[in-house]
Design a protein around this ligand. Sequence first.
Ligand SMILES: Nc1ncnc2c1ncn2[C@@H]1O[C@H](COP(=O)(O)OP(=O)(O)O)[C@@H](O)[C@H]1O
Ligand SMILES: [Mg+2]
Length: 170
Amino acid sequence: MLIAMAGLPGAGKSSVAGALGRKLAAPVVSVDPIEAAMWRAGVARDQPTGLAAYVVAEAVADGVLGMGQTVIVDAVNAVEAARGQWRSLAARHGVPAVFIEVVCSDPLVHRRRLENRSRGIEGFAEPTWEAVQRLREGFASWADHRLVLDTVTDLSSNVATASGFLSAKA
Ligand SMILES: Nc1ncnc2c1ncn2[C@@H]1O[C@H](COP(=O)(O)OP(=O)(O)O)[C@@H](O)[C@H]1O
Ligand SMILES: [Mg+2]
């Protein structure tokens, strides 16, 4: 299956994706390190590297699904165009697309995590809390069924919840 994460920066997507990927032995394809790699390679910042990173992630995920393996896509997926991209890719492979939205319902905790994390992605400028609020305003409401995980809950409980949800979908 194709598992697509969604949620604002700092909500906890990559943490959940990583833990779930280890549990399922499934590769995680994250858009942020792909975009940072483009910048390191000399692609200018004014180029549409954000969109390009989604397209590259799709190509990588396509290859994984082509080998008959589950893939986890780790991206904000704020808009319907992005979400539709994963639905189409899964449909081309005849596998389910499952969305896991990650939220942090406590704004103080969310902000602290955003501002205190250090991801070590060379060349990647971290978004500010203000930028995350702007993204929140542009975050499209959902039409399709999804699992929502709140990261005020501990990681292992959320991974267990996600595993149960995925078992029902497989
Ligand atoms: N229960 C939790 N679930 C997920 N992340 C958590 C949790 N508790 C603390 N964090 C921390 O929150 C920060 C942001 O998480 P991250 O996965 O990088 O978010 P995102 O990928 O959505 O931007 C990280 O430093 C992570 O370790
Ligand atoms: Mg992340």
